[in-house]
Design a protein around this ligand. Structure first.
Ligand code: ARG
Length: 617
């Protein structure tokens, strides 16, 4: 994870660069060891500005024992003073001052406001898009195990991953979206076993029903195969017989038995169809599909290589497994990654083994520079172990793998459990969300045609759901309360969408009055701006930087909070400033432009969060 230092609005980069050049010129001429320049925005207090400090440079000088023996703060101020004195005039800058070791650069308010608004209206959907970067980033997410149903925890994963992918992409990186469903293992075989035994030939209708049915079979099978308390000898015998059948099926799968492989293909497809439909509902387009089953074989080759290189210990001759003593090999004295089996005695691979092959595939086949894994925080140790083994192996990009963990989603009544069938299905929550949004719409917006209303309700219901997943820090657990998630007040998706709708309605009204809102006169902000206008302009100007920050820090929450702040500021503006009633035509025009810029920025922010902006609601 990288942190962003420059938090100054990006549209003033030109001025920033000009000034930086002058500073560098001054420092070279005077033999000063200039530190990296970091810029900060100066919040509005009569005017907007940017600031950069000379403390680090002063400290560098002191360390080198150069120049006057002034204490660092005074030295910083001295440099700032001299830099300011020889700066001369810079286009677009109204005033430059040296204060407490900082160089403060101010803009003329009307220029600044105009620059911000013009930039948004010129760039439209691309407002905030970062410069193209050379790195390719892969984001892996939406990778549930097959033969299970898609629950609300998977939804958190998918939404977080998609928002991150959108942010990274918009920030300027080449972005590859990847999924990695777990499509083999005992859980999968368990479902196949019970299907074959008791349900062969059956198949519910409907993509989601079928996917969910597999999850029910899993619960049922688990109950049959699990050791119970006070079992009678007959029950024990029965259970053991079932388990033997399951193991036999697993063996057959391993050796590629045609019938078992066919059954596997068919049932796996049921799960994947459901997954693909969920992704469609969430507007997620995967670029690459990896499957655990496909990296199984390649991962065995890696095991061989690790043994040859003496990184793994082959204890098979002694009746053991192939293991990697990670801590020991890394020379760690404290337990950190522990010792791990990478090949069982019977020659089968583990989840960990397959992750080694997956990483290789990602970097070598797709030429990615960075690889982000959006995975439940409970798998943190697992991924750290995989990355550590990659490092031992000498895999060049081991350091370029990053785990973005997220807390789990529990219910008010406790943890979810796929084994017990206690899960909240995403599809159920989705349906409920849309239903509730529709009933609110039916009351509030009866004038909207029914079909359109349905589409809007989907956008709102989904917006509520998605935002409730993104507005919590990824490290925190979520206790998923459907009522709270779907409440439309406070920090919610619909609250933000409503700001967009209000902006849109003002612009529509202005059109009604004969203005073409997308073709307004150039805005002139040379009047006394109200506090609400200032706040709005300031927030809009921060958007490009928020995009960079969220992408560099892998934190969609940065954008989720920003979207809320922007909406909140717009709602206040909307209540305080009556745009359509503004008498002065020039001011009214400027305000309409500002509304249009706000609308565009809200839309861009929501889009990065995978939330749509309905025109009306
Ligand atoms: N399929 C796994 C699960 O549902 C998540 C996969 C995580 N990705 C990885 N490369 N291990 O738990």
């Amino acid at each position: 994870m990288r942190t962003i230092h420059e938090i100054a609005p990006l549209m003033f980069q030109k001025e920033q660069q000009l000034i930086e050049e002058k500073i560098k010129g001054y420092c070279t001429a005077n033999d000063l060891a200039l530190a990296d320049l970091k810029w900060q925005a100066i919040p509005f207090a009569g005017e907007w500005g940017l600031a950069t400090s000379f403390f680090q440079t002063a400290a560098n000088e002191a360390k080198l024992g150069k120049g006057s023996k002034l204490p660092v703060p005074q030295k910083a101020q001295e440099i700032a003073n001299q830099v300011a004195a020889q700066m001369g005039s810079v286009d677009g800058i109204s005033r430059i001052e040296a204060v407490k070791g900082y160089l403060n650069v101010y803009f003329k308010t009307s220029d600044y406001a105009k620059r911000v608004v013009d930039e948004v209206l010129k760039s439209k959907n691309n407002f905030g898009r970062g410069e193209k970067k050379t790195e390719t980033v892969m984001v892996e997410y939406a990778q549930p195990n097959t033969h299970h149903s898609f629950h609300i925890g998977h939804a958190r994963n998918t939404i977080l991953g998609e928002a991150l992918a959108r942010l990274v992409e918009f920030a300027g990186y080449e972005t590859i979206r990847a999924s990695y469903p777990g499509d083999l293992g005992l859980g999968v075989i368990t479902v196949m076993w019970i299907y074959e035994k008791f349900y062969k030939g059956q198949e519910p209708e409907g993509v989601h029903e079928r996917g969910q049915w597999l999850a029910k079979l899993y619960v049922e099978a688990t109950a049959l195969l699990e050791k119970k308390e006070n079992e009678t000898p007959e029950e024990t015998a029965q259970r053991e017989a079932y388990d033997a059948e399951r193991r036999e099926m697993y063996r057959k799968w391993d050796v590629g038995d045609e019938a078992v492989r066919n059954l596997w293909h068919v049932t796996r497809e049921w799960s994947l169809e459901e997954l693909r439909d969920v992704l469609r509902m969430l507007d997620v387009q995967m670029d690459v599909w990896f499957y655990e089953s496909e990296v199984d074989e390649p991962s065995k080759l890696i095991v061989e290589e690790l043994v040859q290189k003496n990184i793994a210990d082959d204890e098979r001759p002694q009746g053991g497994a192939v293991i990697v003593k990670i801590d020991e090999k890394l020379g760690l004295t404290k337990e950190k990654y522990r010792t791990n089996v990478i090949l069982r005695r019977d020659g089968t691979t583990l989840y960990l083994t397959k992750d080694l092959a997956l990483a290789k595939e990602k970097f070598e086949k797709y030429h990615v520079d960075r690889s982000i894994y959006v995975v439940d925080v409970r798998q943190s140790l697992h991924l750290q172990q995989a990355f550590a083994i990659l490092k031992l192996w000498g895999f060049p990009q081991a350091e370029k793998c990053y785990h973005l963990g997220y807390g789990f989603v529990s219910l008010p009544e406790g943890a979810m459990s796929a084994r017990r069938g206690r899960v909240v299905l995403f599809k159920d929550v989705y349906d409920e969300a849309v239903k509730r949004a529709l009933s609110v719409e039916a009351e509030k917006s009866a004038d909207i045609p029914a079909e359109e209303r349905e589409e809007i309700a989907t956008q709102i219901g989904l917006g509520a759901l998605v935002y409730s997943m993104l507005s919590v820090d990824n490290n925190k657990d979520i206790v998923f309360d459907i009522n709270e998630a779907l409440s439309f007040d406070g920090r919610t998706g619909p609250y933000i969408q409503n700001a967009y709708v209000r902006a849109n309605s003002i612009l529509k009204k202005s059109k009604v009055e004969g203005r073409k809102s997308d073709n307004l006169q150039p805005a002139v902000f040379d009047y006394e701006l109200t506090k609400h206008e200032i706040e709005l302009i300031e927030l809009i100007s921060q958007f490009p930087q928020k995009v960079q920050q969220a992408a560099e820090e892998y934190r969609p929450l940065v954008m989720a909070s920003y979207a809320y702040d922007l909406a909140n500021t717009f709602h206040s503006f909307y209540h305080a400033v009556n745009v359509m009633q503004t008498e002065d035509e020039k001011i009214k025009n400027a305000r309409l432009q500002l509304v249009s810029a706000a609308k565009q920025t809200i839309e861009n922010a929501l889009r990065l969060l995978d939330i749509q902006s309905p025109d009306v609601m």
